[in-house]
Design a protein around this ligand. Structure first.
Ligand SMILES: [Zn+2]
Length: 273
């Protein structure tokens, strides 16, 4: 046997034959550190389901030779250590605190205290969204990295406690892209247009269902370029931005929801490095 043949034999031994258990799950995740309000991309070397924050998540092929699952930590979670349970293995996942600032905003009074005659419309729209958020398929419709919905700049305003006209009203649950009216808005990933509707607060709203109860939302739109129910490709033009609904001026509000929790979109766009 030549020296070259001997080397080839050495390297031909499969990694799983080295003595380590072949299918012992190895779990990694981004971002590191993980923080309250962040989406999280878990990666493993095995497929199958796991539990995380009392939710079942599914590890599926991610294009390489590994498996991934997208999840998140809602803003209402306390910092701490939360176990991810995969097969018979428990991985302790540390979640750090993050300080979110507050800001003051002035909008027309009708958006702080909506007039009585629009309450029925608002209730109807809440019910409409609830139906959409509860009808996501278990399959994965998204593939690979999520991409920015607009090429413009955004203000990193997720998680900011907002005072509307001096009254603490809500937590800002998305990113605001500065976008002149008419700017083209593109789907952050593939999925289905689950809701395409003119809403009281959100204005022109598109909700894309990416499967696995992962949604992206696009608000204050001036024009829709897709029909409700349509299959959506990543990067597809879905709408034009505007200033409809509760706004101080034209911009795109971009939000991400996983299992009912809004997550920080800027981190989602960076999860794949
Ligand atoms: Zn916003």
């Amino acid at each position: 046997m030549t020296r070259r043949q001997a080397l080839l034999l050495t390297f031909a031994v499969p990694a799983t034959a080295k003595g380590a258990a072949p299918d012992r799950p190895v779990v990694e995740w981004t971002p590191l550190p993980l923080f309250v309000g962040a989406p999280v991309l878990f990666r493993t070397n095995v497929s199958g389901s796991a539990t995380w924050l009392d939710q079942k998540i599914e590890f599926r092929p991610d294009g390489g030779d590994g498996f991934s699952a997208l999840a998140g930590v809602g803003l209402d979670r306390a910092p701490g250590t939360y176990p991810l349970v995969l097969q018979d293995q428990t991985v302790e996942v540390a979640v750090k605190a993050r300080a979110y600032p507050s800001s003051t905003i002035r909008v027309p009074p009708k958006f702080v205290k909506p007039p009585k005659e629009v309450q029925a419309r608002i209730d109807e729209e809440i019910a409409m969204k609830r139906t959409v958020f509860h009808s996501s398929p278990a399959e994965r419709l998204w593939h690979g990295p999520f991409t920015a919905p607009a090429k413009t700049r955004y203000t990193s305003s997720f998680g900011v406690r907002r005072m509307y006209n001096g009254v603490t009203q809500s937590t800002h649950q998305g990113l605001d892209y500065s976008a002149a009216a008419g700017t083209e808005i593109r789907a952050a990933n593939s999925g289905r247009a689950a809701l395409v509707h003119e809403m009281y607060f959100e204005g022109g709203l598109v909700v894309i269902d990416h499967g696995e109860s992962i949604f992206t939302l696009y608000m204050h739109l001036s024009e829709f370029l897709v029909k409700e129910g349509a299959a959506i490709e990543k990067g597809q033009r879905i709408a034009k931005s505007g200033s409809s609904g509760r706004v101080t001026g034209p911009h795109l509000h971009f939000a991400v929801q996983w299992r009912g929790s809004y997550l920080e979109p800027a981190t989602l766009l960076r999860l794949w490095g």
